[in-house]
Design a protein around this ligand. Structure first.
Ligand SMILES: [Zn+2]
Length: 102
């Protein structure tokens, strides 16, 4: 049986005992080491996209009210930074909605 080197793509190595296991394993099958769960920021998540589209709708209204695309673009930059600081568009949107209702 020939081994397929390409298989190592979906694998990871235990830092404790160097056992190679599936990349989705949460615990090493040999020594029980718990692999840290990576929370990778997926930018193209459908939920994020939906939130972004909702935000764009708000932005269109905001742009009209604040009288200019320049201020709207500045706002987008702020939103981008705030979204990163808040940990997501959903969180930021919730915060903005709350703020706008005050
Ligand atoms: Zn291990």
């Amino acid at each position: 049986m020939a081994k397929k080197p390409a298989d190592s793509r979906g694998k990871k190595t235990c830092p404790k005992c160097e056992t190679v296991t599936g990349v989705r394993s949460k615990i090493c099958p040999k020594c029980g080491h718990e692999f840290p769960v990576k929370s990778k920021p997926t930018k193209s998540k459908p939920t994020d996209l939906a939130a972004a589209l909702e935000l764009l709708k708000d932005l269109q209204a905001f742009s009209k009210e604040s009288g200019g695309l320049d201020s709207a673009i500045e706002w987008i930059d702020s939103v981008d930074k705030l979204a990163q600081a808040c940990g997501g568009l959903d969180e930021l949107r919730t915060a903005l909605k709350t703020a706008s209702e005050l």
